[in-house]
Design a protein around this ligand. Structure first.
Ligand code: NAD
Length: 433
């Protein structure tokens, strides 16, 4: 089957590549000529483990193509996936759909045979219907269907998530579209992956409900962590104690500096704003957002407290800048709130991240970036772990103590234990313990 994917970002590039791995012929198109040029040279525009090898295998097999030319991508395609960004609209937090609608306008010119237009981008309920409205008079209604097929992959584990998903959700309004989507996902049917076929509105809402629910789990355990700190309880034990209950589940119950990334913050904001349009209060998700916003600043206060109440003139080493490990994505990372708050309190920031620094350099000011963890810690009054990259899990404590001015470690991911670190001579602060 031949398909086109519009947008070669984290979602478009991974899903296009994985569809080609299924055996389909895929052309990925992006407006960013630099990205396409790099892909032609075999250079990945994003960091995603395993992606380069899969791209190479499928381009060599003649199943995966990259272009800036939408017309070329659309030729003979039975389905076109829209995987462009849907960031928060500046000012009001609604999902900004300008890139989705622009893609729809453009692709309409190149449809001459029946094609399924699929939104893979995360789009608010009603977007599919709005696309149909916008195509009225432009495209014969028999020539297309609009389907919703939200993506649930996680950056850092994107290929595994796409190839072996917990489920696939497809919102369609016709048997013909269902047949095309079934054919596309046939390899997963054979694996007995649950595929939820539903109407478009339900499918669109499932994506927001899923992200809002996961964000809720995170804000929930973060509040429990605050309670633990006050009463002498251990949040990791609380997570374990509740997570072993199958009705709750242990995932997304790790207390930390608050959620970030390209999805949870914007998607929670977007669903709350959509709900406003329908006069549904969405009180739970509103609280989740509020708890998370306060959390990030509370983390800066935690560092200040660990430094004896002031960071004025102090040198702070930050390990990890991305919102989670195994990605170079800096979008809405907690580090983008914590670092400026520390700077405002007078701290001098030195930082290292294995993959995120290229992006971070455009997003943070007056930070000294290092290319490895230990030089970052030289003369530091405190080291703060913001992201739990594997390479921070087995730091050389002796070397750290020799390098640092004072052995203060603030571990916002609980990758170390307090007793251990105290016996190693550190003044250690974790989360919720
Ligand atoms: P991204 O910003 O990494 O990529 C979007 C790409 O689309 C960019 O390369 C941009 O140049 C391109 N683009 C925009 N308009 C275009 C057009 N008209 N023609 C061709 N190319 C165009 O975004 P992303 O992180 O991949 O997210 C895409 C969508 O998927 C969003 O709606 C997001 O919410 C959703 N999503 C993201 C993730 C994730 O982990 N990143 C997971 C699930 C869902």
């Amino acid at each position: 089957m031949k398909i086109a994917v519009i947008g070669t970002g984290y979602v478009g590039l991974v899903s296009g590549t994985c569809f080609s791995e299924f055996g389909h012929t895929v052309t990925c198109v992006d407006k960013d000529a630099g990205k396409i040029e790099r892909l032609h040279q075999g250079i990945m525009p994003i960091y995603e483990p395993g992606l380069d090898v899969m791209v190479e295998r499928n381009t060599e097999a003649g199943r995966l193509f990259f272009t800036t030319d939408l017309k070329e991508a659309m030729e003979g395609a039975e389905a076109v996936f829209i995987a462009v960004g849907t960031p928060s609209r500046r000012g009001d937090g609604h999902a900004d759909l300008q890139y989705v609608f622009a893609a729809v306008e453009e692709l309409a010119d190149y449809i001459s045979d029946y094609t399924v237009i699929v939104t893979k981008s995360t789009v608010p309920v009603g977007t599919g219907a709005e696309i149909i409205k916008r195509l009225e008079g432009k495209l014969d209604e028999h020539l297309y269907s609009v389907a919703s097929n939200p993506e649930f992959l996680r950056e850092g584990a994107a290929i595994e998530d796409f190839m072996r998903p917990d489920r696939v959700v497809v919102g369609i309004d016709s048997d013909r579209a269902k047949a095309v989507m079934s054919e596309l996902y046939r390899p997963l049917f054979l694996n007995e992956t649950p595929v939820v076929f539903t109407n478009r509105e339900t499918s669109e809402l499932i994506k927001y409900a899923a992200n809002a629910f996961l964000a809720t789990k995170i804000s929930f355990i973060n509040e429990m962590a605050d309670m633990c700190e006050k009463v002498g309880a251990d949040v990791q034990q609380v997570s374990k104690g509740i997570g072993l209950d199958n009705r709750i589940g242990g995932k997304f119950l790790h207390a930390g500096p608050g959620f970030g990334g390209s999805c949870f913050p914007k998607d929670t904001r977007a669903i709350v704003h959509s709900a406003d349009d329908y006069e549904v209060p969405m009180k739970i998700i509103r609280s989740v957002i509020e708890v998370n916003e306060e959390r990030k600043l509370a983390m800066a206060d935690k560092v200040i407290k660990a430094c004896g109440g002031s960071v004025e003139g102090k040198r702070i080493a930050v390990l990890g800048l991305t919102f989670k490990p195994n990605t170079d994505d800096m979008r809405e990372s907690p580090s983008l709130d914590i670092i400026p708050a520390l700077q405002k309190a007078g701290a001098e920031i030195h930082a290292f991240d294995p993959k995120g620094m290229e992006e971070a350099k455009h997003m943070l000011e007056d930070v000294s970036f290092h290319d490895e963890p230990y030089s970052t810690m030289e003369d530091a009054d405190a080291t703060v772990i913001i992201t739990e990259w594997n390479q921070f899990r087995a730091l050389d404590f002796g070397r750290m103590k020799d390098l640092m001015k004072s052995p203060v470690l603030v571990d916002l991911r609980n990758i170390y234990g307090k007793a251990d670190m105290t016996s190693n001579g550190f003044d250690y602060t974790g989360i919720g313990r």
